[in-house]
Design a protein around this ligand. Sequence first.
Ligand SMILES: [Zn+2]
Length: 426
Amino acid sequence: MSNQVVTRTVKATITNHSQVRDDLDSHGFAASKLWNVGRWTIGRVWDAIGHIPDADELTSYLKSHDRYGDLHSQSSQRVLQELGEAFVSWYEQDDPDANPPGYRKRGDQHPRSTVTWKDQGFKLDTEYNRVRLSKGANQKTSRYAPDYILCEFIPQTERTLEDVQSVQTVCAVWTGEEWELHFSCNVKIDVSEENGENTAGIDLGVCNTAAVSIGDETLLYPGNALKEDAHYFRHQEYDTEGENGPSQHGEWARQKKARRQAHFLHALSKDIVEQCAERDVETIAVGHPKNIREDADWGRHGNKRLHDWAFEMLISHIEYKAEERGINVERVDEAALKTSKTCCRCGSEADSNRVERGLYICDTCELVVNADCNAAENMRATVTPSQQGRTTTPLPDRSNGCLAQPSVRLFNKQTGRVALQEQVRP
Ligand SMILES: [Zn+2]
């Protein structure tokens, strides 16, 4: 394993907003004014000598300007850097019709630009979720007023700032209604140098939203929550639709459905990645079942568009959550590999190999297994080093989770979590 550092943004809601709003407003306004001073300066130099000054030149022109002192020096520097970058990307576009970067929000009485604080400009307290943001020298109204803005916050994601490597910058961003904080963090992740033996394959489908093969174990994630919701809410949406389009109730149902589906996909991907991490999986193979399974029984509630969307969301959630845990995710072309048509034990692929009521039946080796587990195991083989390149040759002592009873992990609507279904003992 080696370490790799990736950058992540953690958004946070400011909990003492009313206390810091005025200070943030005046800093956001100052950033807009400095941008405009910089923009005006570029225009003048450009007209005079036909050269567009870059961010460094701009900074040396404006370092002693009054507006530069309205923000912490590093924050001011960042505004001019952004302006310089905006000009570079404008002329690199090489489009005669494109306008150069303009002045900031001239129509707005009080434009609130994003303000960025870099290393010297902020002090973070991860224990109490507080951050001190240095004020510009000109903003210190009296000698007794603190020279910083103390923001208390709660992160909007599951990630807390305690488990990140280091915070590079803090931005105060105006959302149109309030200020929020964006922490740009370095996160250390473990990346395997070579493919480990621990691999997982994920098969996505309509009946089981996901089947995950992890070597000698298979996990099944039934899609009941997604399907029942789709069915229930479709009634709510359409039964109440009137002449003037969707009623309020229909709109409510649509939004509620979208939120529940989003939550289901989050909970599902979280559990899948956690289960893989617990078993030291280093590589996951997953495919989008878009083009195969044309033959699949979409059934009464098998809404194809819903599932296309849901699969894509699910895969990207898995990719994101796996990366944080240092697990590689490889997208595999299912259709080319015929993961659903191939026997995961003997590797034979024949049209006569049948899928019946969710079972895969191999005519060659007489394997009878859950069809989704079979596909997941084939998917896993594509990223398992000892199995790569396997087409039809079976491997002698392949540990094969397909043969074991899969564990069923169910989404619980009450708790909103995915958990192992209680085993029913005979
Ligand atoms: Zn077989």
